[in-house]
Design a binder for this molecule. Structure first.
Ligand code: GDD
Ligand code: MG
Length: 366
């Protein structure tokens, strides 16, 4: 079966991680984010994937290649200008089969697509939307169902007075090609605002799921997704890699200090004596952690070097950063690629430092 993944958004809310790397290929634990989606699709028999790209399409293609490493056929479509969620699909129309999946490319989930497709066939739907419950539906598409799972009402980004259920569209749809007849060609069209409302009562169904689901669009949710993968709350290939110990230390990594699971420590990484790493930590390839430093609930990407006696908690450090001795980075702070922070700084409160910035010793006490 075929799937179209929409990856045309700029990922602005995930900056500075997406300032230098497009969102689909931002590393999550040990692989590009979009790999989780491709592996999930493979597990449900999808063997033909079309990536609908906009922003930085070439770098997505460079990382993923032709899909052969995933055992799928992978093709890329680039819109001349952003066409919106339905317009992007219309633009790929000539490549589409009679029935296919459409996925928003920014969610981490293990929804049972096989069951969703089976329900789609049973009901004879034109479109079947996977649905999940969330605490706050205001940032999503709210859905009310009839008893037979036909959609009664779809409200995109509902105002608070319209929120009386917690079921939202998970961004995973089974579609019949004929739904594209509702989409005018050559302009920006939103599937949520212009197509779903017109399909109500005419073949639009919902498939409620209790599966794991997370939109990884912000640094806080990126960290949450990392922790859920490490703890095995979502079914991914990383779970196998972690084994029963929930600790994966690459053969040539050197851990002289302590590593507390769940954690992943990649090749070439060095954890010096007296350093404490974990729990819920990812150290990328060639990361260096200085003596006496503590790293908890944090992600440190390839080649970053953290000095002695630092404290890093609830933070993300992108690739190629340098952090001087005695510096504290906490409370959701994010360092973009290649940032240098001198000794004895204190960075906290969700601060985001953009790629390539240099902070001298003792410059910030946040
Ligand atoms: N190719 C292309 N072109 N892709 C696009 C475009 C475009 O013009 N606009 C958005 N996308 C991609 C984004 O990259 C993302 O993967 C997906 O389409 C959804 O867009 P978002 O901007 O992330 O939408 P949202 O999160 O506010 O809302 C959507 O997702 C929710 C679930 O996370 C809606 O579909 C909601 O109904 C849904 O609940
Ligand atoms: Mg989104």
């Amino acid at each position: 079966m075929q799937a179209v993944i929409l990856v045309g958004g700029e990922g602005t809310r995930l900056r500075p991680l997406t300032s230098t790397v497009p969102k689909p290929v931002v590393p999550l634990v040990d692989r590009p984010f979009i790999s989780y989606m491709l592996e999930w699709l493979c597990a449900h028999g999808i063997d033909d994937v079309i990536m609908s790209c906009g922003f930085l399409a070439t770098s997505v293609r460079n990382v993923l290649g032709d899909g052969s490493s995933y055992g799928i056929r992978l093709r890329f479509v680039e819109e001349p200008d952003p066409r919106g969620t339905a317009g992007a699909l219309k633009f790929a129309e000539s490549m589409l089969d009679e029935r296919f999946l459409m996925l928003n490319g920014d969610v981490l989930t293990d929804i049972d697509l096989t069951e969703q497709i089976a329900q789609h066939e049973r009901t004879g739907a034109k479109a079947t939307l996977a649905l999940v419950p969330v605490d706050d539906p205001s940032a999503y598409g709210l859905v009310h169902l009839e008893d037979d799972r036909a959609v009664r009402d779809f409200v995109e980004k509902p105002s608070s007075d319209r929120i009386d259920t917690n079921l939202i569209s998970a961004g995973a749809y089974v579609l019949e090609r004929e739904t594209l007849e509702l989409v005018p060609p050559g302009r920006n069209v939103s599937i949520e605002r212009e197509v779903w409302p017109r399909l109500i009562g005419a073949g639009l169904y919902g498939y409620p799921s209790e599966a794991y689901w997370l939109d990884i669009g912000t640094p806080a949710r990126y960290l949450q997704g990392t922790f859920d993968i490490l703890e095995g709350n979502v079914q991914t290939a990383v779970r196998e890699r972690l084994g029963d110990s929930y600790l994966s230390v690459s053969e040539d990594a050197q851990v002289l200090g302590r590593a507390v699971p769940p954690a992943v420590i990649e090749s070439g990484a060095i954890v010096a004596e007296g350093a404490h790493v974990g729990s819920l930590v990812v150290l990328g390839h060639d990361v260096k952690i200085g003596a006496g430093t503590t790293v908890e609930r944090a992600v440190i990407l390839n080649g970053s070097e953290i000095g002695e006696n630092c404290v890093l908690r609830d933070c993300i450090v992108a690739a190629g950063c340098r952090v001087g001795a005695g510096t504290h980075i906490q409370e959701g702070a994010v360092l973009g690629e290649g940032v240098t922070v001198g000794a004895d700084n204190a960075i906290a409160g969700g601060a985001r430092i953009f790629p390539g910035v240099t902070l001298p010793d003792g410059a910030i006490k946040f």
